[in-house]
Ligand binder design. Structure first.
Ligand SMILES: [Zn+2]
Ligand SMILES: [Zn+2]
Length: 281
């Protein structure tokens, strides 16, 4: 298990230099304000692009920039342990501000059980010994705040889903919008256990596009469960024939011109995620 985990840890090392604005958007954080930059390239807006953390209250998500070097395998988990306030001590005024924002964001994430998304960074050293970001990747797995030590100010983030993390609900859940009737008129009986398994698998993130669902007043994250081969076509009512979708992709899967194409793509996505689930604990 430790060996497998250190392989996973190695595989998290970024191999591409993706733009931070794209990764933050992929994690479901609204980046429209980056464009308020005197007509200049939004991706280079200094108000955002050098930040260490990005918040979306709407989707209960905190995006954290984490150096790959800081990741470690401990207690059978992949973790990042760091002290951002201590790091701040050695930084210039601007970076200090960013570090304190990161620290405060982590507190908000911890207090509200937000999902953490990790942007993993690798660094490049220049001749004068300073380092800068070389490559970045958005980890596809969610993370959570495992613990915070108020005496040392040390944060421990763990890869995977947290015990007390956000509840996930769909259109048939008690607090979902339609504990009413099936949308297309004919009511098929659905296996609630299978739906919940799908929602757990998705972790609040649309399995088709990778964007988080929106947050309900209860704090739960909302996605819609969908049968890839419909029950009306004798598709089985099992998790492997189901996918959790954002409302937009759910409607598209039913009514869009690309519905047929999406069906094939969704089957591929789920087949891949099931293989992963067998490999990873
Ligand atoms: Zn989607
Ligand atoms: Zn559907």
């Amino acid at each position: 298990m430790e060996v497998e985990l250190s392989e996973t840890l190695n595989s998290l090392k970024p191999t591409e230099n993706q733009r931070i604005i794209d990764l933050v958007e992929m994690a479901g954080v609204d980046v429209s304000d980056w464009a308020n930059f005197n007509g200049k390239e939004p991706a280079t807006n200094p108000k955002y692009c050098y930040e260490w953390s990005f918040v979306s209250e709407q989707t209960a998500t905190l995006v954290c920039c984490i150096w790959h070097d800081m990741l470690q395998v401990t207690e059978g988990k992949i973790q990042a342990v760091f002290n951002v306030l201590k790091t701040a001590l050695t930084q210039n005024a601007q970076q200090k501000k960013r570090a304190h924002k990161f620290h405060n964001d982590l507190h908000r994430a911890k207090d509200n059980n937000w999902t953490i998304r990790a942007v993993i960074l690798s660094e490049k050293f220049s001749r004068n010994g300073t380092s800068k970001v070389d490559k970045r990747v958005l980890d596809e797995s969610p993370w959570f705040v495992d613990s915070y030590d108020p005496y040392t100010n040390e944060w421990k983030l763990t890869r995977g889903k947290g015990k007390h993390q956000t509840k996930f609900v769909d259109q048939f859940s008690e607090e979902g919008p339609a504990s009413r009737k099936e949308v297309n008129g004919i009511a098929f009986k659905r296996d609630g256990k299978q739906r919940l398994e799908v929602l757990e698998r998705a972790q609040g993130i649309c399995e088709f596009c990778g964007q988080p669902g929106f947050q309900l007043p209860s704090g739960a994250l909302y996605l819609e469960t969908h049968h890839i081969i419909p029950l009306s076509e004798d598709g089985p009512d099992v998790a492997s024939n189901m996918i959790a979708l954002c409302p937009n992709h759910h409607r598209e899967a039913h009514y869009g011109i690309k519905a047929r194409h999406m069906r094939v793509r969704m089957q591929e996505i789920i087949a891949k995620s099931l293989v992963k689930a067998i490999v990873a604990p």
